[in-house]
Design a protein around this ligand. Sequence first.
Ligand SMILES: Cc1ncc(COP(=O)(O)O)c(C=O)c1O
Length: 370
Amino acid sequence: MIPLLDLNAQLLSYREAALAAMTRVMDSQHFIMGPDVDGFEADLAEWTGAGHAVGVSSGTDALLVALMALDVGPGDEVVTSPFTFFATAGAVSRLGGTPVFVDIDPGTFNVTEAALRSAITPNTKALIPVHLFGQLADTGGLADDPTAPPIIEDAAQALGGTLHGKHTGHHGLCSTVSFFPSKNLGGFGDGGAVITRDAAFAEKLKILRLHGSKPKYFHHVVGGNFRLDALQAAVLAVKLPHLHGWAEGRQANAARYRGLFAESGLLERGLITLPVALPHGGHVYNQFVVRAQDRDGLQAHLEAQGIGTAVYYPRPLHLQPCFADLGYGPGDFPESERACAEVLALPVYPELAPDQLAQVVRAVAGFYGV
Ligand SMILES: Cc1ncc(COP(=O)(O)O)c(C=O)c1O
C-alpha cells in the first residue's frame, strides 16, 4: 500500500511539541485571537520575508477577505484560472463580482502574464494567479506595473514555493494560503492566512476578519468572523520550522520520479508527460501531477495495486453548472479542458522511500505494458 498522502508519517516528527502546544492553549483557556495567533503571524511574516501575515479561518476565507479589502462587488471583474480549486472563483462570485477566466500554460498548469494581460478591462478589479500544485505562476512584470490591477496570489497549495528566490507574498499585493491538513503546512482542521508586504492592507484585513470592528463594537465596514483559532495557530507554529525540510523531501522525490520516468520508456512513447518546473522557480510539489494516456484506466490500475492517486481537477470552473450564467462553453479554454482529462497526482510526500517511488513507476509502466 502506498497512499497518496500519509500524514501519520509526518506526525512523528512533531507530535510531542504539538501536544505540548495544544495543552498550553487548553490550560490558558485563551482560544480566540491572543498570543498564539500573534506569535504564529509574526513567525509566518518573518519566514516568508513579506513582513505581514494575517491568520484567517481558511484558504477560502483568505481569498474572500482579500477581495473584500479591495471592495470587489457587482460589476467588478476578477481574472483567474479555470483550472483550480473551486474557492478561487467562488470567492469572487460570493461578493457579486464576475470571475473572468483565462487559459493555462500546458507545461506548468498555471496562468501566464500574457494571458492575464489579455483579459484586463476597465472593470478589472483584481487578478488571481493560482500557484497550482506548489509552483508559483510567473506573472512577469505585472506586480510592478502601476497600470495593472492588484494581484492576489492564490498560494493555497504553494507556501514555501519561490519565484526568482522570493516567497509567495512578494509577487503581488498579497498572497492567500491554506492550512487545510493536506497542504504542505497543514493544521489540525481548517485555517488560512493572507501574507502581504503592505502594512495598510494588513491592517484592513485585521479589521475585516473581526466583523469590521475597530475599536471593539464600532463598525465602519462590514466584515465577518474570519479568525484563525488559537489552537490551530499553536500547532502551525510548531510545524512551520519543519516546512523547508518537508519541501526538500518532496523536491527530492520529484527529482527521483523524473529520473525513474526518464529511464522507463514511458516519456518518449508519449504515455506519460511530466510537469514542467520553471528554472527560476522553486516548485514545492504539494502535488506531483503527470499527464497520462487513458488516465482513468491508469488510475484504476494503480488503485488495484494499492497505490493512491487523485485527479485535481476533473472539471474546469468555466464548465461548472453554477457558473453557467457567465456564458462560457466547451472549447473556450482548451488547455484547461485537456488538463482535466489527462492529469493524475502521484504520491510525493516527503517520507516516501526511494523503493516506493520505483514501485509506483513500475506499476505505471505495467499498466501500459512497457
Ligand atoms: C488553489 C486553492 N485555492 C483555495 C483553496 C481553499 O482553501 P481552504 O480549503 O483552506 O478553504 C484551496 C484548497 O484546496 C486551493 O487548492
